[in-house]
Design a protein around this ligand. Sequence first.
Ligand code: SAM
Length: 210
Amino acid sequence: MAGKKKRSASSTRWMKEHFDDQYVKEAQKKGLRSRAAFKIEEIQGKDKLLKPGMTVVDLGAAPGGWSQYAVQEVGLDGMVIACDILSMDPIAGVDFLQGDFREEAVLNALLKKVGDTKVDVVMSDMAPNFSGSAAVDQPSSMYLVELAFDMCHQVLAPNGAFVVKVFQGEGFDQYLAEVRKAFKVVKIRKPDSSRARSREVYIVASGYKL
Ligand SMILES: C[S@@+](CC[C@H](N)C(=O)[O-])C[C@H]1O[C@@H](n2cnc3c(N)ncnc32)[C@H](O)[C@@H]1O
């Protein structure tokens, strides 16, 4: 039909997988912003990082599943500061900044929001738009996780924690070694809700010691 763009086989496959996905269905049923909420829920179930009264920074927060979950865990005495390059509908208790985390001005605006408060947990679910070329995608995803780790050094409280999504590939082992130097306990988690064929894993680090 004139004016109608034909969908590619890969986008049709993505849509089928997405709508057949049990976690997507479950998230919709529970009114969660994204299926990603189940990943942080599973990590929290094992590692118990989020506690009432904590200050949390959520990087790559949109559409808001992790922020929604974090706000519920830290409660009214806690604080969640979130950032994404995309816009996000407001969540009560979440102080959201829209901007590209790779830009210094955005980092500075986030640091201003944090102020003198020491952050208990930095969590990053950031992922770049993938081009399909590992030579492009792996360095751009490693760059985001490096920046998230840098932010830890600026804001984390002693014994604070860091949860970061990292794609396995070039640079992963070296990054993990750096994280191990900065934290007392470091685990690699692959939540059930993370698609098996995705190279993503979560580094869960606690006991910040630098
Ligand atoms: C998997 S999604 C996050 C899902 C989110 N944790 C949730 O629970 O709804 C990854 C996010 O990283 C964000 N992102 C990618 N590059 C970014 C950048 N340079 N600065 C800020 N956010 C970025 C994307 O816009 C996207 O919303």
